[in-house]
Design a protein. Structure first.
Lengths: 336, 276
């Protein structure tokens, strides 16, 4: 077993530009679910909108990138309005149903053969990241972090990505300690109580949906900048549920929660993955793998990794039910 | 009871010389059940009015209809001459009419002081953009906090200031809900069973607080089952049964009213109407 490779690769995964993307998508969901109590099961939809609002105009219509980024913002706001206007006056479960449905509709549309001329269909879109390569001041061959090689483009994305995370997380923190954030939390606790005290519940929910959706769209954009390819399968409901896992791990309603939650989540998945990969490997000199093939072999370890990672994450949540940064006192009584 | 006895006619729908809330022909049906069917009510300003009636009489539904949490099928109501029907609940609260709930709504995962601060109206920092910049709202926040702390002290909750509201006892939650409603600085307070599930010692305390509201010039309309409590603090009593107002009057009028006795006995025999 090459532990230095396994560990350095797992650590890198936990701080990579890909991790930045997860942090952003999860931070947006945290605004919805953690602070406002909105059951958004379609955060992947916001991420997809962010990704494709960047890649379609650049790839298909040669838009300048700042205009394309503006479109990311506009589309995220429009999607939030589309989801929110019909549902936010109704019971919480309506938002859940509509968000999950709309996110799937977006993904199926992006995947459809009929619109391949626009979206690239199943193959996705590439070649929209040149602007990012052009503004990258770092040398292209990059650096080596411990035993992990990182190319210049990804190092650049990682650096400005973390700057973006710092700005967004500080913004969320500043908003949530303000009276505005207090209204969101009161809606999460009991929206009728908030109403009885003169708070415009609908307007605040709508603002929360827009802000969290916008942050999710930025995350989706970062996801495809890192992959240098927009593909529909990256925006399935799995992404949303990974983000729920992340914010529960990190501690719901904490601005730091999604950061630490993402790092733990991606580290555990990656660590289990490459450890299993190494432990099931056979070479001509050494034909017996470390783990007997009747338990797991090279063909199925990638399914097993989610099982093992699931157990690891479940253990963490059992040991620390409030998450890393959650408030322990909140576990002491029944919320409803 | 206040020194000056009200002299209004003890009949359903009686006129008051200075009514803050006037209700006309309000009806609300749930399927075939006519839950509220109130022909006319006037609630007197700066008085404590009790709304009593057997369970299922429609008291909570009536509260919901007045405060914008439900919409009547027909009828009108005015608060200080302003129309209430069709006005959203948060706007009714901003007009100066604030209600509490029969099932207490403490905001569990927020601290007691945050519950209190939330009640304050016209907060600059509740705007998304101003919220981002603390210097724009910090001054007002300090004033709000000072007022909240005063109220907490008055309601014997000062020692719970930084506890999560979910950790309070049932009685303390009732107190918190009432104190929080006062942060809105309402002209009229509507309390739905403020003393349900509160231990006797705290009940006396709550009674004093309700009297205190009248002393401050506020109007109180409250739902209560315990006739001894009602008798002790209310200036006027309105009795509902099966959705309609069946009697109005002072405690003595109500105790002698045959329709009221029938309504209670018809609804449930063990109901305590006091000794009146
Ligand atoms: N949302 C509702 N749907 C159907 N029936 C209701 C609803 N709310 C109240 N009711 C019915 O209306 C009647 C009055 O209820 P309520 O106003 O809660 O009475 P009270 O507060 O006087 O005990 C009851 O028969 C109750 O079952
Ligand atoms: Mg009731």
């Amino acid at each position: 077993m090459k532990w230095d490779l396994i560990l350095s690769n797992s650590f890198y995964t936990a701080i990579s530009a890909n991790a930045v993307a997860y942090i952003l998508v999860a931070s947006g969901l945290n605004v919805h679910f953690g602070y406002t109590g909105l059951l958004n099961f379609g955060q992947a939809g916001f991420a997809a909108i962010g990704a494709y609002s960047l890649s379609i105009p650049i790839n298909r219509f040669d838009w300048p990138w700042p205009l394309s980024m503006l479109l990311v913002v506009v589309m995220a706001v429009l999607l939030a309005l589309l989801l929110g206007i019909p549902t936010l006056r109704l019971r919480a479960d309506y938002l859940a149903i509509v968000t999950i449905a709309v996110a799937e509709i977006i993904r199926l549309f992006l995947n459809s053969v009929r619109f391949t001329w626009l979206t690239g269909g199943n193959d996705g879109l590439q070649g929209f990241t040149r602007f990012m390569e052009n503004i990258n001041p770092l040398p292209a061959d990059g650096i080596t972090l411990w035993a992990q090689k990182v190319d210049g483009y990804r190092l650049w994305l990682l650096m400005i990505g973390w700057l973006l995370v710092a700005v967004i997380s500080t913004g969320i923190w500043a908003l949530m300690r303000s009276p505005w954030g207090r209204v969101l939390k009161s809606i999460r606790e009991d929206e009728d109580a908030a109403r009885s005290l003169g708070k415009n519940v609908f307007a605040h929910k709508m603002q929360s949906l827009i802000i969290g959706g916008f942050i999710g769209a930025l995350g989706g954009m970062w996801l495809v900048l890192d992959k240098q390819s927009s593909q529909p399968q990256d925006f399935s409901t799995t992404l949303t549920f990974f983000c729920y896992t992340i914010i529960i791990l990190g501690g719901v309603a904490s601005a730091k929660g999604p950061i630490v939650g993402t790092m733990i989540f991606l580290f555990v998945i990656q660590f289990v993955d490459i450890t299993l990969q190494q432990a099931t490997r056979t070479t001509p000199q050494d034909p017996t793998p470390l783990i007997p093939t009747w338990i797991v072999d090279q063909n199925n370890f990638s399914q097993i990794r989610y099982i093992v990672a699931g157990f690891a994450l479940a253990t963490l949540v059992i040991v620390r039910p409030q998450g890393i940064f959650g408030d322990k006192r909140e576990q002491a009584f029944d919320v409803r | 009871m206040s020194a000056d006895q009200p002299v209004w006619q003890p009949v359903p729908g009686s006129r008051k010389d200075d009514a803050i809330l006037v209700v006309d022909g309000i009806r609300r049906a749930f399927g075939g059940l006519l839950a509220v069917n109130v022909a006319h009510i006037e609630v007197p300003r700066n008085r404590i009015t009790a709304l009593i009636g057997p369970n299922g009489a429609g008291k909570t539904t009536f509260f919901n209809l007045l405060t914008g949490f439900d919409t009547p099928d027909e009828g009108t109501s005015t608060f200080n001459g302003q129309h209430l029907v069709g006005i959203a609940a948060h706007k009714v609260a901003r007009m100066g009419m604030v209600r509490t709930f029969q099932l207490t709504k403490a905001l569990s995962r927020m601290t007691v002081i945050e519950n209190m601060r939330l009640g304050a109206t016209d907060q600059r920092g509740e705007n998304l953009f101003r919220g981002l910049f603390a210097p724009l709202w910090r001054g007002q926040e300090a004033q709000i906090t000072a007022r909240a702390e005063e109220l907490l002290a008055r309601f014997n909750l000062a020692h719970m200031r930084d506890e999560l509201a979910g950790g309070l006892s049932g009685g303390q939650r009732k107190l918190l809900e009432m104190a929080r409603a006062l942060m809105v600085e309402p002209e009229m307070v509507m309390l739905d069973e403020p003393m349900a599930g509160v231990n006797p010692a705290l009940k006396q305390n709550l009674l004093e607080h309700i009297k205190g509201l009248r002393a401050e010039g506020r109007t109180v309309l409250f739902v209560e089952h315990d006739m001894d409590m009602v008798r002790e603090i209310s200036d006027w009593i309105i009795v509902m049964a099966e959705g309609a107002v069946i009697a109005e009057g002072t405690a003595d009028d109500i105790g002698a009213n045959q329709a009221v006795i029938d309504a209670y006995l018809g609804a449930h025999h063990d109901s305590d109407l006091g000794d009146g």
